[in-house]
Design a protein around this ligand. Structure first.
Ligand code: ADP
Ligand code: 5GP
Length: 185
């Protein structure tokens, strides 16, 4: 059996709690490395460049794509997001576990280029709870929420493409389960 840490991809519909779970996990285990993506989305209040994302403009994003610096990238609800390649490869070759928090399209691209990656789907306890969380976060305008809920329907229908599903009822439980899957615990 191969016990080497490998690449883990966490995906799931917008508002399901991916960032919350990852933030909790990192609070408990700060040594777990999470890839920081580049995005053309504007920062939400409290988000900082280089922490949640590298916030770039369209031109800078184009350059990253043209120079082959992204392991994968996708357009999601009107913005582009991509995973810087080198940092991920460096961690993996150092034998450290790597976590990517990316959308469904990105997860599919990773699966195609790195078949050994493990794909984890974070599911909401129910559709109504997902709507409550996405709306309750209060960071998006109503039309952006609509767009993200449309994308969520597609994401939820793709759950069977993933190796494992975790239902986000308790942030602490899901973070623990994720760490176990990453063989950190
Ligand atoms: P995502 O990163 O998947 O878009 P967030 O982490 O921003 O989602 O979470 C969306 C909202 O749901 C936030 O307001 C967060 O506090 C809340 N939330 C996350 N996980 C839970 C949970 N297990 N129970 C209740 N609320 C949660
Ligand atoms: P948000 O704008 O809510 O931070 O993220 C929107 C969506 O983009 C989420 O599903 C998130 O997982 C995804 N995302 C974040 N970074 C990346 C990335 O580097 N690549 C891809 N494909 N999706 C990403």
């Amino acid at each position: 059996m191969n016990e080497r840490p490998r690449l883990t991809v966490l995906s799931g519909p917008s508002g399901v709690g991916k960032s919350t779970v990852v933030a909790h996990m990192r609070k408990v285990h700060p040594e777990v490395w999470l890839s920081v993506s580049a995005t053309t989305r504007k920062p939400r209040p409290g988000e900082r460049h280089g922490v949640q994302y590298f916030f770039v403009d369209d031109e800078e994003f184009e350059k990253l794509v043209a120079n082959g610096e992204l392991l994968e990238w996708a357009e999601f609800a009107g913005n582009r997001y991509g995973t810087p390649r080198q940092a991920v490869l460096d961690r993996l070759s150092a034998g450290e576990p790597v976590l990517l928090e990316i959308d469904l399209q990105g997860a599919r691209l990773v699966r195609a280029s790195m078949p050994e990656a493990q794909l984890v789907f974070l599911a909401p306890p129910s559709w109504d709870e997902l709507v409550r969380r996405l709306t309750g976060r209060g960071t998006e305008a109503p039309e952006v929420i609509e767009r993200r809920l449309e994308a969520a329907k597609v994401e939820l229908a793709s759950e069977s493409e993933f190796d494992t599903t975790l239902v986000n009822t308790s942030v602490e439980d899901v973070a623990r389960e994720l760490l176990a899957l990453m063989k950190v615990l």
